[in-house]
Design a protein around this ligand. Structure first.
Ligand SMILES: *Cc1c(COP(=O)(O)O)cnc(C)c1O
Length: 196
C-alpha cells in the first residue's frame, strides 16, 4: 500500500519499526511468551503513566477505557460532575447519563479553559462524588491545568477521573504525584501506536 497521510490528532503515524513489530509471527495469547511480553509492557506503561499502581490494558480505544471507568466507579443514580468545554467533555456527560448516573454539568463555551474555583464550587453545590475532567480537549486545542483541577476536586471531597487520551505522552501527566484517581489514555495519539 502507498504512503497514507493521517491529518487527524489521532491516529497519528506509527513509526516503521513499530509496524514491523506488529508483523512478527503470532504468539499464543495464553502461553508463557505472551505473559512475559505483557508483563514487560505493563511495567513500562507504569513509567509512561507515572504511577506505581496497576495499569490496565483494554482491547478498546480510549472511549472503551473511559466507559469502563464510568461503569466501575458509578452506580445508577449516583451523582457525578462532568466538566465540559468541548466535544469530549460533553461526550463523557452523555456516556455517564446513558449508564443512569445523575450527571451534573459544569459547562463552558468551546475554547474556554475550566477553572479550579468553579469545580470546587460545583462539587460543593451538587455533592458530586466523581468529577470527569478532560486534560487536553482535542476539539478546541485547550490543555487545562489538570493538577489544579484535580486538587480542587479532591479538596471538595470527590474523585478526579481524567481523560488524558490526547495528552499522555505529549505533555506532563503525573498520575500519582497529582493524585489523579483514574487516568484514561489511548494508544493512537501521543503513544503513536495503532488504535485499540
Ligand atoms: C481521541 C480522543 C478521545 C477518543 O478516543 P478514542 O481512542 O478514539 O476512543 C477521547 N478524548 C480525547 C480528549 C481525545 O482526543
Amino acid at each position: 500500500m502507498g504512503k497514507r497521510y493521517l491529518m487527524a490528532p489521532g491516529p497519528t503515524p506509527v513509526p516503521p519499526e513499530v509496524l514491523a513489530a506488529g508483523a512478527q509471527p503470532v504468539l499464543h495469547h495464553r502461553g508463557p511468551d505472551f505473559r512475559a511480553l505483557m508483563r514487560g509492557c505493563l511495567e513500562k506503561l507504569q513509567e509512561v503513566c507515572r504511577t506505581r499502581n496497576d495499569v490496565l490494558l483494554f482491547t478498546a480505544s480510549g472511549s472503551g477505557a473511559f466507559e469502563s471507568a464510568v461503569v466501575n466507579l458509578l452506580s445508577p443514580g449516583q451523582r457525578v460532575l462532568a466538566v465540559a468545554a468541548g466535544e469530549f467533555g460533553e461526550r463523557w456527560a452523555s456516556l455517564a447519563r446513558a449508564y443512569g448516573a445523575d450527571v451534573q454539568e459544569l459547562r463552558y463555551a468551546w475554547g474556554e479553559t475550566p477553572r479550579p474555583d468553579d469545580v470546587r464550587a460545583r462539587v460543593d453545590e451538587t455533592g458530586a462524588q466523581v468529577v470527569f475532567l478532560v486534560h487536553s480537549e482535542t476539539s478546541t486545542g485547550v490543555v487545562s491545568d489538570i493538577q489544579a483541577l484535580a486538587q480542587a476536586t479532591r479538596e471538595a471531597g470527590a474523585l478526579p477521573v481524567v481523560d488524558a487520551v490526547s495528552s499522555l505522552g505529549a505533555v506532563p501527566v503525573e498520575t500519582d504525584a497529582w493524585g489523579l484517581d483514574v487516568v484514561v489514555t489511548g494508544s493512537q495519539k501521543a503513544l503513536m501506536s495503532p488504535p485499540g
